[in-house]
Design a protein around this ligand. Sequence first.
Ligand code: SF4
Length: 687
Amino acid sequence: MASPGASSGRSTDRFTTLKGPSSTVETACPLDCPDACSLAVTVHHGRVVKIDGSFKNPVTEGFICAKVRKFGDRVYGPDRLLYPGIRKGRKGEGRFKRATWDEALELIVARFLAAKDKAGSASILPFSYGGSNGLLTQDNLDAQLWRRFGASRLARTVCAAPTSTANQALYGKMPSVTYEDYIHAKLIVLWGVNPSASGIHLVPYVREAQKRGAKLIVIDPRSTPLARSADLHLPVRPGTDVAIALALHRYLFDNGHVDARFIGEHTRGADRLRERAEPWTIARAAETAGIAADTLEQCAELYARSSPALIRCGWGLERNRNGGNAAMAVMALPAIGGKFGVRGGGYSMSNSASWGIDRTWIGAEEPPTRLVNMNHLGRALTEYDDPPVNVLFVYNANPAVTVPDQRRIIRGLEREDLFTIVFEQVMTDTALYADVVLPATTFLEGYDFARAYGPINIELARPVIDAAGEARSNADVFGELCTRLGLLTEREPSGELDLLVRVLDSLPGVVGRDLRAGARPEPPFGTAPIQFVDVFPNTPDRKVDLFPADLESTAPLGLYRFQPDPATTQHPLTLISPASERTISSTLGELPRPDVKLLMHPVDAEARGLAQGDLVRVFNDLGEVQCTLAVAPSIRPGTVSLPKGLWRRSTRNGLTGTALVPDALTDLGAGACFNDARVQVASLATA
Ligand code: SF4
């Protein structure tokens, strides 16, 4: 494959002081992970030789994940994009001729203006997600460009939309229990989350709590590492978490475990919630979830009687048709059970809103243009016609492998009349379909702000090496596009350093001042607030809204309702695609990895005459993935699992788990229903 991957030899020589012989530089990780580690990066003669955790951030405590330890393999790997390229082969072949930045940007501007003339600005669709969570690389000058030009808007809902909707509606995204306070809990419930793979810094806090006598409950269809040491493991059928949570509510109400005083003072809507929980007996919920009723009853009793009791609401429970209601019911539990007001009690969800950052720096209002749900990218590219999507600009994202209904997306990317720009660090599966590829800097080559969403922490990420080849930062490139399109005045910031200063000046309170001084900023309530002591709901009346009227009318069956399993006799197995220890979403998926395996329970394997190591096809009406089979009891019967974030090279036929995922939307938040993929598995040899 001829791609713009060969070195241009260009160097800005910004880091001559670091080139010899060796320096260790402090920075931070802005990737899409809850932890936002502080990093110590060793640079030798201008080249990264080691990436490790630093001790600046007490949660990082000197260690980081194996993924980012290997980030140098991305920076210097054969897939790295080093200079702009213009397609010279067929779409998908990934053949590009090298271009200058000037040529590439001129072409993009010409295509933007032509698209606007032909079908209006909304025929341009920007597509981005969490390739970086940094405040400079996402929702900054990029948003300014799209808003001022009037492009279609993107609903970024592929992850966290249902949980975020629930957290906003119930609590106005009140800051939640941070990692440091887990050690004070007497009961920890890890619900739909596997910190051993994602957000690893939570693990030592959970282990320490266990050492101090805390009980641990894990609710997950797989036997994760923490599930194996848990006091109770509930291997629920994916999509049934709402039933389990409602049964816990009913148990609390029926057995006198509700905190009537708290409910009266701090909530509204508890009666409506109780009505909706009424049908969910322990027996019915256990049967629906495919677990033992006595295990569920033990779980209910343990939760009812423990204090401080803490629920970590993860993102695994949201990825199905009932995901929004599941998140509502789970996060409502501490309000009904009276678990707030004590250190180590309450709930944990994303803490990204804790800083009150409102991105005033975008400098433009959202236009009333078409809103495209990113989970419907395939439809948008192949069906939308008012106007059609004629230009697609992808950055911080790799939708060819991360978004539901992969085959339809690929059909869309193959359209000859679609002009696709991909601004990326490496030649992704999406970039192979680009008309223009633009090389982007990594977080080791530019400034950014790393904001954690597990702990409450924000740090400045700074460049530790020169940009590879001709790679440029998001700020520089979107600034230049704005300038070329006449969308910026001369006085407005248009490059990375200008933006850095503007964001520092715009951060609330003294956050910007502290970051400038190299200090660790804290919000007014500190970095480990107690819910309902230090922080309260950001709802209009500061109460927990247990039955928000607008969500009742939005959800297909209303609030706290259950939609049945979509399995069919042809496709009876549930496919899940949880985070793995190898990638951050799909970032780093280009690196070599051992053979990818579909995980299946022995009972399901035996029923199909399959054995460990068999080549299998996993299929439904949307597509087929071919890979090797792993048989183990670490997953519940009836459920199979493929890792999240696979690239097309990782399977035998070039399709990944997203090829099997319908583009249906969750009940609340219009999120992706990854775990509603229903499949059959058969031997590839037989086929
Ligand atoms: S991906 Fe997460 S655990 Fe790994 S270095 Fe970044 S913040 Fe830390």
